[in-house]
Design a binder for this molecule. Sequence first.
Ligand SMILES: Cc1ncc(COP(=O)(O)O)c(C=O)c1O
Length: 437
Amino acid sequence: MDKLAIAGGKPLRAASEKWQTWPVSDAADAKLVAEITKSNRWSYDGPVEWQFAQDFAKYQTAKFGLCCANGTVGIQIALEALGIGAYDEVIVPGMTWQATAAACVDVNAVPVLCDVEPDTWNLDLAKVEAAITKKTKAVIVVHLYGSVTDIAGLVKLCKKHNLALIEDCAHQHGTFWKGKGVGSFGDVASFSFQESKVLSCGEGGFNTCNTKELFYKLYSLRNCGRAYEADPPVFGLKKPADFSTALQSGNYRITEWQAAILAGGLKRLDKQVKHRDANAIYLNEQLAQLPGVLPMRRRKEVTQQSYFNFAFRIDPKELKVSNRQFCAALNAELSTGDAFEQPYDPLNGCGLYKPRTKTRHNLGKEYWKAIAPEPRKLPVCVDANQNSGVVVHHVMLMNKKKDMDVVAAAVKKLVDSIDAVRQIPDKGGKKYQALSR
Ligand SMILES: Cc1ncc(COP(=O)(O)O)c(C=O)c1O
């Protein structure tokens, strides 16, 4: 048996062999950015931004869409457009980037952290239903990493209980469920264009919706409360004659330069998503053959899967190692630094989710108690984060098919030498600790 790279053996892939890097751009992007620099349209509502907004909404099969400052603000204004505010309960998954829950607190709602399915890390609909109370007004679903939530089931559940549905699609530009884009199922959706995302302009966000009333509200909320005023009109919507669609709000707009980078990215997006999806399917087929290695479940309705991260699980009972030990050994074999890592910290123990550290969130005793994340029970999220989950950024899937063979070979090497992996000190990565305050 070859010695593990982490123990001084030869890595399966040398550091001199480069992996793909992210983000990417091309000469046409640079040209458009230069043209904008020379023009007098730098700010919001420019022609490049609106062309992009119409193209991207259409790609995701949503009726309407518009850019905003980032994916966090996108969730915030989605909640505001749906009239969700103080003391309203909003069910959110316990495994997600902190922004999904933080946006709820920022509108003075109460995020109710809900556990996820063990094999997709998406909201568990039975647990969502159990979490519904008289105060529940909405569910925010996160299509996490490379797995889509049972969106048809969730739409039904929300209808049954008269709840609004927000889709947080920060991870899934280019995912389709029976040919219909994610972000077109809920009342409002939010996408992130932050640098790490599969469609990016450094920082940025996007909302989609299917009614013109919500579009008008979202427009006003992202534009200092102004009534919709795109000239020429977009999505066939004329400027309203009065200020009836104007709302109190702040400035959450983007610039023409950001839109230019997005327009270039959108031209490449579908091809890139297909490339990643083909590599993920291929890699999963190989991982499925290894004892103690479990690919994530892909629902049969998914017709195209986009990946923010590629994820899989190890069975710690069978392999008797932690995901921290496994990731350390895998990164050494592949010369990937710390690219393979644990999934998100569960939000009841996440150092970046501290809703009770901001004075403006202190509405009173009852609210302060309700937003405490610590008492929420998230055993599946904790297990994925602490024991079984392994994730890597989507750029890994942008390599060639033969590179997927190297990844699979490295996982196999670890499984074949699992006794040696057990000897690795279990000190890397993040140790989960339920917050107490
Ligand atoms: C699931 C999820 N939701 C929301 C966001 C927030 O997006 P942004 O960073 O653009 O504010 C992110 C960002 O990583 C995310 O991963």
